[in-house]
Each structure stands twice: as C-alpha cells, then as structure tokens.
Design a protein around this ligand. Sequence first.
Ligand SMILES: *Cc1c(COP(=O)(O)O)cnc(C)c1O
Length: 490
Amino acid sequence: MEYKLTNDLLRSIPAMEIMLNAAWAAEFCTSLGRETVKKTIKDALDEIRGELRGGQKDSTPIEELVAKRTAAKLSLKQSSTLKPVVNATGVIIHTNIGRAPLAKDALDAVTKIAGAYSTLEYDTASGGRGGRNAHVERLLCALSGAEAALVVNNNAAAVLLALSATANGREVIVSAGELVEIGDSFRIPEILSFSGAKMIAVGCTNSTHIKDYSDAITEKTAVLLKVHPSNYRVEGFVKRTQRQELSELASQHGLVFMEDLGSGLLANIAVPYTATGSSEGEIPVQECLNDENCSNVVTFSGDKLLGGPQIGVIAGSKAIINKLKHHQLLRAVRVDKMTLAAFEATLRLYLCGKENEIPIINMINTDKSVLRKRAQRLCSRLKSTTANFDISVVETEDAIGGGAFPTGVLAGYGVAISADHSKDDAEHQGISPVDGGRPYSASKLAASLRGAAVPVISAIRNERVILHMRTLLDGDEKLIAAALLNYGHL
Ligand SMILES: *Cc1c(COP(=O)(O)O)cnc(C)c1O
C-alpha cells in the first residue's frame, strides 16, 4: 500500500517541459537561463524522489513541492553572497566586513583600468616590458621617504616575502612580547617558520632589553625583527626596545632591521582618541624610516589606516627591496591590476593633500558635533518610519579597529532602538512574540536588520540596538529606515 502510494506520487511528477513552462520558472529562465533551470529542477526532483523512497511524506502536491524546492535553489544562485552592508558598528576598520571602503577616485581608477587593456606591465616608450610595481613605487617613496618600495597581495605576504628573501635558513631575533597573532590566521612564529627562518625569541612578555637582542646575535643571525603589537596591549610594567636602538644594533652587526608596522599610517592625522589604560599611538611610516641606517625595511597593510585596497607594502632599503624583487615568491603574491589602480589613486590623494576624501580618514576626523546632528536626523527619520520602538539619540564609543589603537576610543553619537513597552502588545502588529512572550529583543532586532536586502550590521548595548553614525556612508540612512520597516515582516 505504502509502496503503491509512493509510486503513484512519483508518477504524478509532471513532465519537464510542463514545469519549465510554468509561470514560476519563466522569471528564472530569463535571469539564469533555461539550462540552469532545467538542471535545478532535475536536482530538486532527485532529492524529492529520494525522500519519498526513504519514507518521508509531505501533504503538499508534488508539483508544488518541486516548484518550491527548485525556486529556493534558484534564488540562492540568483543572489550573490558577496554584497554591500551598512556598517553601523562604529568600528571603522572592520576586517570581517571588508576593512576600508575605497575613495571615489580609487573606484574610478578601478573602473577605468579593469574594463580595458592597460600599461600594467607595458612600457609605451620602448614598446617592451614594464614593471607593475613601478606605478606605485615612486609615490610610496615620495610619501614615506623610503629609497625603494614593493607591493604584494597583503601585509602577511609582505612579511613572508621579506623574511624569505633575507633570512632563509638563518636566524631572526624577535621579542617574546611581540609574537603576535592577528585574526586567527597570521602568527609571527608560524610565518617565520614558513619563511624558512629560525626564530630566536628573546626577553619576556612584558619586557625586552637591547642587551637581550645583542646577547642573542650569532654568525647565523640575519634579521632583527620588530612587530607592532596591533590588537593587544600589555598593561603595567612594560619595557619595549626602541626602534632606534635596534636599528643601530643591526647596523653595527651588518644585519637587516625589519619592522612589521601592521597599520600603515601615512596621513598626518592627529587621531583624536582618548586612551583608556596604557596606549601606544600609531607611528607614521615616515618616522619609522627617517633613519640614516640603510638596511631597514618596514611592512604594512594598504587597507587598514591607509584606507586603500587590500595590499601589502615593503618599503625601505634599496638593496633589500631589490633582492625581494627577484625572489621567486614574488610571483605568487603579486598584485592585480584593479588593486594597483585603486592603490595608486589612493596614494595620489595623500600626495595632493586630499586625505579627507579617503572614507576611513574622513570617518576618523569627523567631529562629534557633526555626528550628533546626523544622529538627530536619523532619529527623526526612523521615528517617522515606525512607531513600534523607542528611538533616541545616544552618545557612543567608536573605535578605529584593524589593530590600530586597540585601547583608544573615539567619542561619537548614534541612535538607540528599544521596544516601546508603553504600547500594548496588540499594537506590535506582525511582530511575533519571542523571548518569553516579549514582542521584541535587541538580538532579534539586530538579526532582523542583518536580514534586510542590504544588511545593516549594528551593535547591541544594554538590551538596545545601537546604530553608530561615524561609520555610515552616504545613502546608508535610507537603507537603515528600509531595514527597520521590514522588521516583523520577515
Ligand atoms: C594586520 C596585520 C598583519 C596582517 O596584515 P594583512 O594585510 O591583513 O595581511 C600583519 N602584521 C600586523 C602587525 C598587523 O597588524
């Protein structure tokens, strides 16, 4: 009986042609092509057949079941998973949501270069081969004071290449207090080992003296390495060796002094942060390189404090950079034309003193009073959008992020959203009771905002959703209003 029923159901599956011509399939055929729709219907059918044979039953008519299953699969294919989001977290450089949004000039440069042939590696004067690095090297040297510079895929690659080329098979001395891990995939000890260098950790977590380094130098030593502590701070008694001392020590012994700066601060910005606890500001790249010592190199990211695309820079001694330029690994970590175009345009903004056109620099420099006005405007807009919530302007603590100034806080403004409990539950129409019958919880609202067509990423504080103004871009306020309106209709 059961067997017969399943067979009847299987037989009742309509013919492929009929399903392909159904109204629900037409739109997908236009956007994704008939072949894709056909293949997806087949996949859905295979799944459903398997389920029916396995004894799973569903009261939905089979034709509808196939249509639903196929449409769900096709919708996933139709919408990309990499899409823009609204950053209302107040964290300016947020690695998970793409670090630095690019400046308009950088976007224009990408569009121009990516859609055409270009002089990427072509010298128009000779008609022969040119170098892709040349497009940014001069600019980097002018801005940082370096003799030479080389760009690669990201800072992790910069550190790896620099160490591979200068220390392979030899020893690298680094402070035990600087064996940093960044974003769970970049660890100084692992990178050192991967580069073929032997790590010699000296000193203690909170204290390393210049003598610790000099005592560890042997004939096998190649590099003295200093690493920016980026995402953490050691508080209390801390002794760190100064770069000047290390640079001199390296020079005396004919060694390379390499410094991983993490965030490359090029702008002359006096970051208006109030430090909580011990803090060490970001040192501009220029200052780290203005040393007579010619065997120094620094590495830094292009998409952190610099505000450009994902890229890694190695800058400093010409002799060392030349070695890197001829290393086999360079080909594996080289930079794409779109990245180069965006980076060159970003560097030009620095050169012309137009740093404020770089979104993250502008966000850092935006005054609290401006943020307050924007918060008031967003607050009114949201209040006129929905009456279901308590919406108010609040002060916020924003952060630079990306490992820069981890203990520093930027004072800002935002909009807080919480349930309006003075209202009868019946007024929360369309909002299903959650969390013990309450119609609203901050985490539920935050999840709903993330589920909008353009996801809004917010913060939660004291059971309220907080939308930080500092990290919003033009047009985001409209998207937030749309996302909020959508609440309860998911
Ligand atoms: C961020 C960071 C890195 C990694 O840089 P990516 O550009 O993400 O590869 C390496 N070192 C330090 C000190 C950093 O802060």
